[in-house]
Design a protein around this ligand. Structure first.
Ligand SMILES: Cc1ncc(COP(=O)(O)O)c(C=O)c1O
Length: 363
């Protein structure tokens, strides 16, 4: 692959990105799309990936017969870049996103995006848009959305003949409206997110639109997000609409998280479970969690993911009532507070990165 990216539709030379500084109220950003200057795009055709290039247009022209449009042959990833105290722009475990996208590609019969191309696309998109990376201390970050879509003419249900890999970025604020590290609420959904042997464990776009209705129902109950139980028995906790669940029990000595083949293996959760075990000395266990039978033992509950970071859950609605955690108050419990501080401290380069989880984007 070429070691540089070509810019088109713009008068700038390679590497000469305008350093104008953006007039943005970084601390009041929501989790919304903002058009940035560049996106990375590579195409797969005849079994070959192109080198990829930076584009300035936010539009993709695709054939009306594209399998992405008809059969949702599409997948994506989500990650963040943050400005560290020393000014570096840090990525958090991007190789795991690449690995997960490859697993998704296998499941959806799409060509794998090679790790080198994935990481190159992510770095180029961030580097080209470095003016859009929110400053240290603003509470905002640059959300990175790699996506892969099946394009080209097609009609029957079979894999696309061409694919577009694109990386777009957008500065974002907190995912939940409550913002900062305040308690959110979840409502158990009557609907299922994913079948036991379906595609719930990969990041297929098709897993998400069914959840829009469930989320609306959760909002109607005053909750921030839907919480799904297992589709077979509606008994075991699976995950929230866009985040995994972690629960501390046993006077903060143990951290448990649902074991299920139908949930998305969260990179944030994997990291938090390591921090709980190695930094807080907790016993960290992934196992089926029976909501009704075990709820009385839950001390602190949280949703976790790239967008949610670690969002403590104050209460969950099910069986016609709210069930409270974190001591019933509005205060975040000590375990989740400490884990949030540890995780976000590493992600922002404020704490020693013992595990080698962050990498700096070349400017
Ligand atoms: C359904 C679902 N679960 C969990 C997560 C959290 O995963 P990660 O920590 O890798 O962002 C996400 C978001 O990416 C998601 O969409």
């Amino acid at each position: 692959m070429a070691a540089f990216c070509k810019q088109i539709n713009s008068g700038h030379e390679v590497g000469a990105f305008p350093l104008t500084g953006k007039q943005i109220d970084w601390s009041n950003l929501g989790f919304e799309y903002t058009k940035t200057d560049y996106r990375f795009s590579a195409r797969w055709r005849d079994g070959q990936w192109s080198d990829g290039e930076l584009l300035s247009s936010e539009f993709i022209q695709i054939h009306e017969g594209a399998p992405a449009l008809h059969y949702a042959q599409q997948c994506f990833e989500g990650m963040k870049a943050q400005t560290a105290r020393d000014g570096r722009i840090l990525l958090f475990r991007p190789e795991l996103n690449s690995e997960r996208m490859q697993r998704t590609c296998d499941r959806l019969s799409m060509p794998r995006v090679p790790t080198e191309l994935f990481l190159h696309g992510v770095e180029e998109a961030v580097r080209a848009n470095q003016d859009w990376v929110p400053p240290y201390g603003s509470g905002a970050s640059l959300y990175i959305r790699p996506l892969l879509i099946g394009v080209g003419a097609n009609m029957g249900l079979r894999p696309a003949k061409e694919y577009e890999f694109r990386v777009i970025v957008s500065p974002v604020g907190p995912y939940y409206k409550s913002g900062g590290l305040s308690l959110i609420s979840l409502a158990v959904s009557d609907f299922d997110r994913a079948a036991p042997h379906g595609t719930g464990d990969v990041k297929a776009g098709a897993n998400y639109p069914g959840g829009l209705y469930a989320t609306r129902k959760a909002h109607d109950l005053g909750a921030n997000e839907a919480l799904y139980l297992d589709a077979a028995e509606h008994r075991y906790i699976e995950e929230a609409g866009s985040a995994n669940i972690i629960i501390s029990i046993n006077q903060g000595k143990e951290m448990i998280t649902p074991k299920s083949a139908a949930i998305l293996p969260s990179i944030t959760r994997r990291s938090i479970m390591i921090l709980a075990e190695q930094e807080l000395g907790m016993k960290a266990t992934e196992r089926p969690i029976d909501l009704r039978r075990e709820v009385a033992s839950f001390e602190e509950v949280a949703a976790c993911g790239t967008a949610a970071v670690l969002s403590p859950v104050g209460k969950i609605w099910f069986d016609q009532q709210w069930h409270h955690f974190h001591g019933h108050g509005e205060k975040v419990g000590p375990v989740m507070q400490e884990l949030y501080d540890l995780l976000s401290g590493i992600q922002r380069g404020e704490r020693e990165d013992k595990f080698g989880w962050t990498s700096a984007v070349r400017r």
